[in-house]
Design a protein around this ligand. Structure first.
Ligand SMILES: *[C@@H]1O[C@H](CO)[C@@H](O)[C@H](O)[C@H]1NC(C)=O
Ligand SMILES: *[C@@H]1O[C@H](CO)[C@@H](O)[C@H](O)[C@H]1NC(C)=O
Length: 545
């Protein structure tokens, strides 16, 4: 039934007339729409019927040749079903979030999740669908002439889905769909990022053509990452990947504006949706029937707070995705996605005339950037996300890169914040205190670390803070929310400050590679960052005595 529901939803995405959503663009609204479908669609409707709906819908929808090839089930195209199962406001909502896209600085097809992240719905649903199909290893058509897919008529049998028992493995990196020696994806997950055609460099050897793809990784992440790099490696930079944005309002969000014009389509919201689709799809592909209703699964995954299974929580999507797929595997799948797209669409403007070796280089570059600038970085909620008041006066720029990281605890608020609503409220109250009571221009810290899996932007990377008297121009001030006199921050929060945040800042040229870390009390007469936390800091390799 889960699959029926999803097909109907996907069908509606593509079939509805453009509408004006009356519902706020919240992920909870999407989950409610799913729940309504789950209630209204009788359990007797076969998933075949629902699949056919999507098929029908796509006749008039925009053509996505890759989704058609990997996700549609062509054996069942004759069945018909009335798609208008949803109430009008849900139809309007689904129409509004149907497709991910950017026009000017507006990003479309995204919703605000309970954890404060913004999520693109399209890659999320594609991942759910790929996961529900179970068999993720899909054979590639042999070559472009053998796959006349652009006719749109009878679909050839070249897209046979083959079952590979390794696809049921809990880890992508264990799956070696080809079983060939050239499959770098089968090597150690810790192996450095290498080109998938390493064998091509030996004299006389040609890169081996891929024969399969992992449909789940391709429809969520690999295709779009690869294409983003094809679009123009020259103009592409760190800031192009994972661009954040701001909602017009947080309680009833309707429009999302990117902070950076000229952003790559691989925005933060897209990456979030893609990782969520991959993680949930992986879970579904390993879960035997009967599967849980999708609305329940999504409620658990996105639910506020960090209780429950950390392995399946939106708050920890980056860590969990890093465990799900290795860099060599992702490189392989990006390469295969581009090769597949080239075969399905021989006249693709970006792919025409590209050799497999060139595509392999694109895949290697894309994986490296994705791993270093996104997966290996902490998730940082921008100021607008927690409802920051404007800076008072004009901020002074820092001279980057800085040498120091100063560690604080907030002391007040004393309880650690464990969900987005609490952490955001704590940020606002600290900013009020610093601005109104202390008379500062802004919240003092550069960054604040929640126990909800997120970092909250204070003054950020570029502006002088007010955290460590006499030293504010020399280091970033990073504060854990809580009172760590007698207790330690959450493990994930500690990992963020010890490894993720500085590592990411060094790679981006914001922090010197020989940076040092100090406790507030080493520079100013104070108990901050608390006895328990300070004792731990002393054991960290970058601690400066
Ligand atoms: C890949 O990255 C290297 C090193 O930055 C660069 O020289 C090369 O042009 C890139 N290749 C592609 C296809 O983007
Ligand atoms: C901070 O923790 C210490 C040790 O548990 C406690 O004595 C102190 O009262 C706490 N302060 C606040 C503001 O909660």
């Amino acid at each position: 039934v889960a699959q029926d529901i999803l097909w109907i939803l996907l069908g509606l995405l593509l079939r509805l007339e453009p509408g004006t959503a009356t519902l706020p663009l919240l992920l909870d609204s999407v989950i409610q729409a799913l729940a309504e479908l789950e209630q209204k669609v009788p359990a007797t409707i076969s998933s075949h019927a629902a699949s056919a709906l999507l098929l029908f819908a796509q006749d008039s929808g925009p053509d996505d040749v890759l989704h058609r090839f990997l996700l549609e089930r062509w054996d069942i195209k004759d069945t018909r079903l009335d798609p208008r199962q949803l109430s009008p406001e849900f139809q309007g909502l689904i129409k509004d979030v149907a497709q991910h896209g950017i026009r000017g600085r507006q990003e479309y097809g995204v919703v605000l999740a309970p954890d404060g992240s913004t999520v693109a719905v399209e890659p999320l649903l594609a991942g759910l669908e790929a996961g529900l199909q179970g068999n993720r290893v899909v054979s590639l058509p042999l070559d472009s002439t053998a796959a006349p897919l652009d006719t749109g008529a009878a679909f050839p049998d070249t897209g046979t889905v083959v079952l590979d028992i390794r696809a049921a493995s809990p880890r992508f990196r264990d799956a070696s769909p080809d079983g060939t020696s050239s499959d770098v994806g089968a090597s150690s997950p810790d192996a450095p990022v290498t080109s998938p055609d390493v064998q091509a460099s030996s004299p006389g050897a040609k890169a081996k053509s891929p024969t399969t793809v992992d449909s789940l990784l391709v429809v969520t992440l690999a295709r779009d990452l690869g294409l983003a790099f094809l679009q123009g490696p020259q103009t592409w930079s760190h800031s192009g990947l994972g661009t954040e944005g701001c909602w017009d309002q947080l309680s009833a969000p309707r429009t999302f504006t990117l902070l950076d014009s000229g952003a790559s389509p691989v925005t933060m919201a897209f990456l979030n949706g893609a990782l969520d689709g991959a993680l949930l799809g992986d879970y579904l592909s390993r879960t035997p029937e009967p599967r849980p209703p999708l609305s329940h699964l999504l409620n658990q995954y996105y639910g506020a707070g960090v209780a429950g299974d950390l392995g399946l929580r939106s708050n920890f999507r980056r860590q969990n995705a890093a465990a799900l797929t290795s860099a060599p595997t992702l490189t392989q799948q990006i390469w295969r996605a581009l090769v597949l797209l080239q075969r399905l669409e021989p006249t693709h403007p970006q792919l025409q005339g590209m050799s497999q070796e060139q595509l392999a280089e694109v895949a290697t570059n894309a994986t490296k950037e994705f791993t270093e600038a996104f997966l290996g970085c902490p998730a940082i909620h921008p100021r607008c996300r927690w409802g920051a008041a404007p800076y008072r006066g004009s901020p002074r720029p820092l001279q980057l890169p800085l040498r120091f990281l100063y560690v604080h605890h907030t002391y007040m608020p004393a309880p650690p914040c464990t969900d987005f609503a609490r952490c955001a409220a704590d940020m606002r109250s600290m900013q009020r205190f610093h601005q109104d009571t202390r008379g500062w221009d802004d919240i003092g810290y550069s960054f604040v670390i929640g126990s909800d899996g997120y970092v909250y932007e204070g003054r950020g990377w570029h502006w002088v803070g007010a955290h460590t008297l006499g030293h504010n121009t020399r280091g970033f001030g990073v504060a854990f929310v809580g009172n760590y006199t007698a207790e330690l921050p959450a493990k994930a929060a500690l990992h963020t400050v010890q490894d993720l945040l500085p590592g990411c800042a060094v790679r981006a040229g914001l922090l010197r590679p020989d940076y040092e870390l100090l406790g507030h009390r080493q520079l100013v007469r104070t108990d901050c960052p608390g006895d328990a936390l300070f004792s731990l800091l002393r054991t960290w390799p970058r601690f400066a005595a």
